[in-house]
Design a binder for this molecule. Structure first.
Ligand code: 5GP
Length: 133
C-alpha cells in the first residue's frame, strides 16, 4: 500500500508544496514545530533512510540542502535544523525546521498552529526563494 507521503506526491492528498524535482518533493509539515517546518521526501518510496542506495541518498540530501537554503532566505531564523526520524511515517523524510533556538527542535514540543492561508503564504515564500537559487 502506498504511504501517505506517496499519496501526497501523487496529489491524492493535498499539501503545501515548497519544492519539487523529478526525484524529490518538499512540503510543509502539517503539524509544524516552527514556521516553515518542511519535509523533504524521495519520490521513490523507501521506509528507512539509511537503506537508500548511496547515490540516491546523496541526491536527496543535496536537494534538501537547497530547500534549507531557501528556508533561511524566506523565514526569519538563526539556523535551519534537520532531523531524520521516521517513527510515524514509514517513507523516508528529512525534517527541516527554521529555528530561533535549539529548544524548538524538540519533537515532544507542542506543535505550532497556522491557518490554511498562513500555510499557503509560508510555502509560497519558501518556494519563491527556492526558485531564485
Ligand atoms: P516522523 O515519521 O519523522 O516521526 O514524523 C512524521 C511527520 O510527518 C510529523 O511531523 C507529522 O506532523 C507529519 N505528517 C504526518 N502526516 C502528514 C500529512 O498528511 N501531511 C503533512 N504535511 N505532514 C504529515
Amino acid at each position: 500500500m502506498a504511504s501517505i507521503f506517496s499519496k501526497i506526491i501523487a496529489g491524492e492528498i493535498p499539501s503545501y508544496k515548497v519544492a519539487e524535482d523529478d526525484k524529490h518533493y518538499a512540503f510543509l509539515d502539517i503539524n509544524p514545530l516552527a514556521e516553515g517546518h518542511t519535509l523533504v521526501v524521495p519520490k521513490k518510496e523507501v521506509d528507512y533512510a539509511f537503506d537508500m542506495p548511496q547515490e540516491d541518498f546523496k541526491e536527496w540530501t543535496d536537494f534538501a540542502r537547497r530547500v534549507a537554503i531557501a528556508q533561511k532566505m524566506a523565514i526569519p531564523c538563526q539556523r535551519v535544523g534537520s532531523a531524520i526520524l521516521g517513527f510515524d511515517v514509514p517513507h523516508a523524510h528529512i525534517h527541516l525546521v527554521p529555528l530561533q533556538n535549539e529548544g524548538q527542535m524538540n519533537f515532544k514540543n507542542e506543535r505550532a498552529k497556522f491557518s490554511p492561508e498562513q500555510m499557503t503564504e509560508i510555502a509560497k515564500r519558501i518556494a519563491t526563494a527556492f526558485n531564485q537559487e
